[in-house]
Design a binder for this molecule. Structure first.
Ligand code: ZN
Length: 227
């Protein structure tokens, strides 16, 4: 199985953050569970938010399925967080002091609704300098064409003109701006510049593949030896 391992960036022993490639369709729950297992994370503790492009962030303490939720935060180390993506941003968060961690699904709607900053309110604990974040593979400005009604809800510096009245939106930078505004340090934010639309052999893309697009999964949790 191919995947990306962001664990080292967080720099806390035992904390792991992974993102799958397109080897399997992780819209299928069984695939997500097998993937978690193969990474050494307890699949029976998997948290499944039923994402709806909202800004609802739930604090969880054990395995659960959460309707209408796009972000989850946990303190307990036996909890394994997951979200599905195919162009939207998977945002990994860890407070390296308190060890509170989070995983957020941030498409343009969730970003407009400030789901990242909402999650951070729950986990910064007056230590914004201790929070590290990874903005994972997602659709890049090269491919994210939107109408003026979408471009206009974000700072004009974050889009460039496209064809006709279209704009090319840099959503990763919008999310990064929000994290900086919430007090995170620039060097504590890793932006993965891979574009899910461009990298067709590596990632699913909803924009590129339409309704038949599969999903990647982002997973965050702790190895058992760190409990
Ligand atoms: Zn692209």
């Amino acid at each position: 199985m191919n995947y990306i391992d962001y664990s080292d960036f967080f720099g806390v022993e035992g904390f792991h953050a992974f993102m799958s490639n397109r080897d399997q369709d992780f819209a299928i729950l069984e695939h997500r569970k097998c993937f978690a297992d193969s990474l050494g994370l307890n699949q029976s503790q998997l948290v499944i938010p039923q994402q709806v492009h909202s800004n609802r962030v739930a604090r969880v303490s054990g395995s659960c399925t959460l309707p209408g939720t796009d972000g989850t935060i946990a303190q307990e180390k036996d909890v394994v967080l997951s979200i599905q993506v195919a162009d939207c941003i998977p945002l990994f968060l860890l407070n390296t002091a308190s060890h509170t961690f989070g995983l957020i699904h941030s498409g343009w709607r969730g970003t407009q609704l400030k789901i990242g900053p909402i999650a951070l309110q729950e986990m910064v604990h007056d230590q914004p300098g201790a929070v590290r974040a990874v903005i994972g593979p997602s659709i890049g400005q090269c491919c994210f064409e939107v109408g003026p009604e979408v471009a206009d809800v974000f700072d004009s510096s974050r889009s460039i003109p496209g064809n006709g009245d279209r704009h090319m939106l840099d959503l990763k930078s919008v999310v990064k701006d929000q994290l900086i505004e919430a007090g995170l340090q620039n060097n504590n934010i890793l932006v993965d510049n891979q574009c899910t639309f461009c990298e067709k052999d590596k990632y699913f893309s909803y924009r590129r593949d339409g309704d038949k697009a599969g999903r990647m999964v982002a997973i965050a949790g702790w190895s058992e030896t760190s409990f």
